[in-house]
Ligand binder design. Structure first.
Ligand code: ATP
Ligand code: MG
Length: 332
């Protein structure tokens, strides 16, 4: 089997959290050696689909870039860039919208969830988000998309868009597969374990940020919501404990059963302390490296610019082919 072409994107909204780290960033770092190439993108154009502040968006973009590099993305081993630097993404979005069913967009859970939370404006951008995401991936003819569980439906839609395009205009685009981690694909909010940990929608006390200090991490995990029972086992009736078992399993590189065995008969307090310890160890090196990288915005810009050039070299021919197939522009 040939090497996969890996593509994924992450939003520069708010502050990135443990769910992003476990569900996505960890997979990016692992994917950069399997992918040929592996392409990772900070999707600033997605971030404007909800309320945002322009100056803050730029700050958060640098924050996110520095977090990804601190976590181990190596621009020598992957293509790492800012979405808006490669105009092909937006052009392809429009072209693909011609083969995207309005009814499919209407069914997207993320739009339903996020639009319900908007107080000022439910933007058309929020509705159109999945088409831009399809363009992000299809522009690179990616075969593999590492994401958390919440993105399952969006990946399904981009597969449908690629299939429909190929059927209508001839074999052009690659139908990608999602890659969702076996453990940690859906890290839940520590205070509301029925909801995913989220950049824009979660509770402050229930969200562990990648850049949280040790003390904050211990406090948040110490006050994580559990349940009235006493067993440390995974179960649908125990969303809080299940979530903590997942988190510790990932932090230790262990599986669920090992964690359940180790904590058989232990109290919730001791267990939560162990989870906090695991998370501190997981995130501390990232926070330290981040502190070194974040101040040098010129270096971050240079890295992103070099990445954009490599990205454009792949995306531009795809978009040119799509235009040609659709009869857009002069014949080539
Ligand atoms: P928002 O809630 O505003 O959409 P987000 O926290 O989902 O923000 P994104 O940048 O949209 O952050 O997502 C980046 C990646 O992180 C995606 O692959 C997504 O599936 C993954 N991800 C997000 N939240 C979680 C979570 N709670 N557990 C596991 N993976 C997650
Ligand atoms: Mg998201």
């Amino acid at each position: 089997m040939s090497a996969p072409i890996v593509f994924s994107g992450i939003q520069p909204t708010g502050r990135k959290h443990l769910g992003n780290f476990i569900g996505a960033i960890r997979q990016y770092v692992e994917g950069q050696d399997r992918g040929e190439p592996a392409i990772f993108c900070i999707v600033d154009l997605h971030a404007i689909s909800v309320v945002f502040d322009p100056a803050e968006l730029r700050e958060r973009l640098y924050d996110t870039a520095a977090i990804l590099l601190a976590a181990g993305l190596d621009p020598e081993r992957c293509i790492f860039f800012r979405q808006s630097d490669v105009r092909e993404h937006t052009e392809l979005t429009w072209l693909l919208s011609a083969v995207t069913a309005h009814g499919d967009l209407n069914r997207m859970h993320q739009f339903k969830d996020k639009s319900a939370k908007q107080r000022e404006l439910v933007s058309a951008a929020l509705f159109f988000y999945p088409v831009l995401m399809a363009a992000d991936v299809l522009a690179y003819r990616a075969t593999e998309v590492p994401v958390g569980d919440d993105q399952r439906q969006h990946v399904e839609l981009m597969r449908e868009i690629a299939r429909r395009f190929n059927e209508r205009f001839g074999e052009t685009l690659v139908v990608p597969e999602h890659r969702i981690p076996a453990i940690g694909a859906r890290i839940m909010d520590l205070q509301e374990p029925e909801r995913k940990m989220s950049t824009t929608g979660g509770t402050e006390a229930g969200t562990v940020y990648v850049l949280d200090e040790e003390k904050a991490i211990r406090k948040k995990l110490g006050s994580a919501v559990t349940d009235s029972g006493r067993d440390i086992v995974r179960s649908p009736e125990k969303p809080g404990i299940t979530n903590l078992i997942d988190i510790l399993a990932v932090a230790r590189g262990a599986d669920h059963a090992e964690i359940e065995r180790e904590f058989e008969g232990a109290g919730y307090g001791d267990f939560k302390q162990a989870v906090a310890e695991g998370v501190v160890e997981l995130l501390a090196p990232v926070r330290e490296r981040y502190a070194e990288l974040r101040p040098d915005e010129a270096a971050l810009e240079a890295t992103l610019a070099a990445g954009a050039e490599k990205a454009r070299a792949i995306a531009a021919p795809t978009v040119a082919e799509v235009r040609g197939r659709m009869g857009i522009g002069p014949s080539r």
